[in-house]
Design a binder for this molecule. Sequence first.
Ligand code: ADE
Ligand code: ZN
Length: 327
Amino acid sequence: MRDLPKMELHLHLEGAAPPSFVRGLAAEKSIDISGIFDPAGAYAYRDFPEFLKVYEAACTVLQTPQDFYRLTRAVLEQSAAQGVIYSEAFLSPDFCGGRDVAAWREYLAAIEEAARDAEAAEGILLRGVVTCIRHFGPDAARETALCAAETASAFVTGFGMGGDESKGRQGDFAWAFDCAKEAGLRMTTHAGEWGGPESVREAVETLGVERIGHGVRAIEDRDLVEQLVERGTVLEVCPGSNIALGLYPSLSAHPVDRLRMAGAKVTISTDDPPFFHTSMSLEYQRLADTFGWEEADFADIAQTALDAAFCDAETRKKLEQRLKKSA
Ligand code: ADE
Ligand code: ZN
């Protein structure tokens, strides 16, 4: 599984920080965040609201562009070791200078430098999807969208929204998504994770996103699944995340296989791998064990992700060749 070339479209940069990395930065800066770890040193949370609190506490140790350089290198090294050849990371101006455009540019420059160095060292390619955080509200999202629009480039290629889906509605963030769209950014939003099918429908119809983060609860509405199939909306499915956060009791109860069978465009990602004790290889292995997915299924998943990647044509061509070479 490790050697299969993988494309990951749904990864939160800070959420991919190993606990040891966060502890190291905390020690350097004399910040006490010992309360967010369990006795074994893993991130400790009981449910999704607590997960968000622990996540945000971990982010308090990330204070400078240099911290983000180190984080990006660590994350890409970890991903490359899993056979990931292309990764799209959610980047959060909220945690990078508090949504100030000038500060954001400095953090972004450090992240991009790390991406260049990782490409040279490990061959992995990174693109950034600037992401607003839903429970911070629509006003903060506007500022985030402005950061995204100001820095749209071959590297910053998308705009998205994460955070607590139970707060507000997708449509409350229409201004931010319109702003990102005008800047030429491609769009995705978390929907159908903690919100039901109506959240997915609103994401597609009101925000006009072409991809959905998770989207798995679309399975609760047959017409919606049909609509997603017709539109070719791509789902960034993160099975291990959904199980760790208690959305489904097991992989066999998870709708990923049923969605794929229904003709939905399914891709596989880890979301926040150290939080969920997962990796891309583990996700693949569990899908093979539970649903009998074989090499051809994983090649199909990679092709779906390649087609849906928010990158330019030249990058897509390069990635296509790498996928072909190992087929
Ligand atoms: N931010 C990081 N991980 C997330 C998730 N699974 N859902 C919503 N927001 C997130
Ligand atoms: Zn996510």
